[in-house]
Design a protein around this ligand. Structure first.
Ligand SMILES: Cc1cc2nc3c(=O)[nH]c(=O)nc-3n(C[C@H](O)[C@H](O)[C@H](O)COP(=O)(O)OP(=O)(O)OC[C@H]3O[C@@H](n4cnc5c(N)ncnc54)[C@H](O)[C@@H]3O)c2cc1C
Length: 442
């Protein structure tokens, strides 16, 4: 598409993370649709502050941008392997899980192959302008009929740590950007999910460059595994997302809590490698307690130490493993592996009051479009912001291609991708279609 052409687009995508890249790849064959996807970054980067050499996907490489909606797409991971002449090598390397670095290469390759992609383009404001949506960006204006929001999640910083953010107190999402040298420091890693485990693993990698002290503080009662068992994996299927959608709101909240570890635990392979590394460091390198494990412990406060260089953490211990109650811990650095949360993109501010956000959450329809009080022919779609309606798979790659296919079908107004009624071992889908139709017409 020629950017000088100022006529109205059919689709404008805000953000080019994997989720909007999936939609862009699936919309690409629909050449009748005028489409642009924009991202403020200079090129494709997948959480590059955490892109370690040894990080692997937590899911099968078949859960790529397109395969689960269209196995014949030229934008699959297998197509990327073929294009880069490494198909046989990939098979014989027999990785238990593909590397996140390789998936980043793959995503980048897709982003470079699609004419609709614009990097270095920050979306500043979206407003209603007559019969169209006006998109103001750092590189000029667009008009569109539909917007797909793929702005991702924002790092969550505990309130007590906010004023101390800097070279020695930072969110894990910036880890590799900080060029942090752990040698000789007393370090606290806060959090009990996959990211904290990956950071602990990095900090124990080189026995000669270890921190002086390493404390791993987690609210959870232990360092708990991701549940990757077969029946639990069914929560990461389209059939379950659709079934989940039909449940009463209270039941959905209860299930999200109950299923938390299915999406937020630590990979069992990483847990085993950490356990082995602690063994090696203790018995083969003679390092007594290379990592001080503090499960069942919550960070509740933080202040400067007496020397003004260190930090004194206040923690609340729930279990009786280390006693109970408040404890103090003095450290030189704090790495916050405290998760990510959805926040309303600033560019939506001009329309914020017109988009339905009861209890702070979007009213999301089954096809991921949003309820709002603007004209019906102008639509917003949302990704990574529908856990409350579509379930725990929402932030995960597992349903990315399916959701991308749903959005593409909805935008096209026809079934471009035949992705409904996928088989499930459970009978969830027996009444789902009828129930969704009821909800849609209510
Ligand atoms: C370290 C890490 C590893 C993960 N690994 C896995 C995994 O192995 N398996 C799995 O299933 N899930 C994984 N996830 C979860 C999920 O798949 C990723 O978080 C994924 O990147 C989410 O994609 P997204 O497109 O929603 O957001 P993001 O990847 O965060 O992309 C959002 C993009 O929007 C852009 N943006 C935001 N606002 C604007 C604006 N106003 N204008 C222009 N651009 C804007 C940002 O620059 C960014 O590039 C992982 C998450 C993390 C943090």
């Amino acid at each position: 598409m020629n950017d000088k052409d100022t006529s109205t687009l059919d689709v404008f995508g805000v953000g080019i993370g994997p989720f909007n890249l999936s939609v862009a790849a699936l919309l690409h064959p629909l050449q009748e649709l005028r489409q642009v996807f924009a991202d403020s970054k200079p090129d494709f980067r997948w959480h590059d502050g955490l892109l370690f050499d040894d990080s692997t996907l937590q899911v099968s490489h078949m859960k790529d941008l397109v395969t689960l909606a269209d196995p014949t797409s030229p934008f699959s991971f297998i197509a990327f392997l073929a294009k880069t002449k490494r198909l046989y090598r990939f098979i014989y390397a027999d990785f238990p899980r593909a590397s996140r670095r390789e998936f980043n290469q793959y995503f980048r390759w897709v982003s470079e192959s699609l004419p609709s992609i614009r990097f270095d383009t920050k979306v500043e404001a979206i407003s209603l302008d007559g019969e169209t949506l006006k998109i103001e960006t750092s590189r000029g204006e667009y008009r569109t009929r539909r917007v797909v929001l793929g702005t991702g999640l924002t790092p969550f910083i505990p309130a007590c740590a906010e004023v101390f953010l800097g070279p020695n107190v930072f969110h894990a999402s910036n880890y590799l950007h900080m060029r942090f040298d752990p040698r000789g420091k007393r370090i606290a890693v806060i959090g009990g999910g996959q990211t904290s485990a990956e950071i602990i693993s990095q900090l124990m990698l080189d026995a000669d460059a270890m921190p002086h002290e390493l404390h791993w503080i987690s609210r959870r009662s232990n360092y708990l595994p991701l549940d990757e068992s077969a029946f639990t994996n069914e929560f990461f299927t389209p059939a379950y997302c659709e079934h989940f959608y039909t449940l009463p709101a209270q039941e959905r909240s209860r299930l999200l809590e109950e299923q938390y570890l299915a999406g937020n635990g630590i990979s069992p392979a990483l847990l085993l490698s950490l356990y082995r590394r602690m063994y090696e460091l203790e018995f083969l390198h003679g390092r007594k307690r290379p990592c001080n494990l503090l499960p069942g412990t919550t960070l509740t406060g933080m202040e400067r130490g007496a020397d003004r260089e260190s930090y004194v953490l206040t923690t609340q211990t729930m279990s009786n493993l280390h006693g109970q109650g408040l404890q103090k811990l003095e450290v030189d650095a704090v790495i916050l592996c405290t998760g990510w949360e959805y926040s309303l993109p600033a560019c939506l501010s001009p329309l914020a009051s017109r988009i339905d956000r009861g209890a702070g959450m979007f009213a999301v329809r089954p096809d991921f479009s949003l309820e709002w009080d603007g004209p019906d022919h102008l639509q917003f779609y949302v990704q990574n912001a529908a856990r409350h309606t579509h379930g725990i798979a929402e932030p995960n790659l597992s349903v990315m291609a399916w959701r991308g296919g749903k959005i593409a079908n909805s935008i096209a107004g026809r079934t471009v991708y035949d992705i409904d009624h996928m088989s499930s071992v459970f009978d969830w889908h027996a009444h789902t279609a009828a129930r969704i139709a009821e909800i849609e017409h209510a």
